[in-house]
Design a protein around this ligand. Sequence first.
Ligand code: APR
Length: 320
Amino acid sequence: MARNKIALIGAGNIGGTLAHLALTRDLGDVVLFDVVEGVPQGKALDLNQCGPVEGKDGNLKGTNDYADIAGADVCIVTAGVARKPGMSRDDLLGINLKVMKAVGEGIKAHAPNAFVICITNPLDAMVWALREFSGLPHHMVVGMAGVLDSARFRHFLAEEFGVSKQDVTAFVLGGHGDTMVPVIEYSTVAGIPIPALIKMGWSTQERIDAIVDRTRKGGGEIVALLKTGSAYYAPATSGIEMAEAYLKDKKRLLPCAAYLDGQYGQKGLYVGVPVILGAGGVEKVVEIELNDKAKANFQTSVDAVKELMVACAAIDTSLK
Ligand code: APR
């Protein structure tokens, strides 16, 4: 059987890390695309030289030509600009919208059967625009945010409880930004929900509230420390988790920015919800019951995403 082909659009910090992870996890051959000449070629050559040491046969190719992504099974999009200190994700909108147009058209022309994972920010608006520009079916285009946001939440919770990160599951809904909605009732240590752990004296509501706040601002905390860009190891690991779910038909239940067509009372937009990811792409949007507070927070998050969509449509009138 031929190897899978993974196209990485954007060969920056996340793109390079994605390529390394795809190689070491044996996901297939990788094409690294970027508009900057030399960078994707240099990273691909460097990564190819990991192969003999790692015992990995996946081949990497760096390119500035969209024709090289032809026949890709998966495209992961990180093209665009990243945040610098003092910037919000929304500040990236104008520049990255134009990038999504070019990328969407490239995918439409050369890899229309691919499963597309968008990572470029502001995520929920960019994945919507990318889908519009590419014209691919909605269930084949998805945004990566929830896996990362819940990984951040799980890391902080594991530290708080003094337990293995492996045993912490967490649920984060809504847009990727300060309005994201960590749902503590559905977040557990080996099945014990956080409210029960608070009752058991493992933590307090105040400490959990502080962790929720830190999770919401998790990306900004890293931007402030790095000063020259934004997080890339955990975003890349989260993107690869989603690609693997598709390529191996794992039927993973993961929080992703998915297209809603009536689910959760929302229509015509992308926002973070739990979905089943398998060989059919987004095979199902899972509708969980939310309490009134989570519902109100989710609506606030949806409203913030809608505002960005309006801003996109004002910049590019082909978007409605
Ligand atoms: N087509 C392809 N690649 C492009 C284009 C384009 N039109 N425009 C810019 N790029 C490339 C840049 O040349 C750069 O190599 O996208 C890459 C982005 O890499 P970084 O600046 O290192 O950013 P990174 O940390 O990888 O983040 C990428 O993901 O999480 C989001 O907010 C983050 O929007 C940002 C994106």
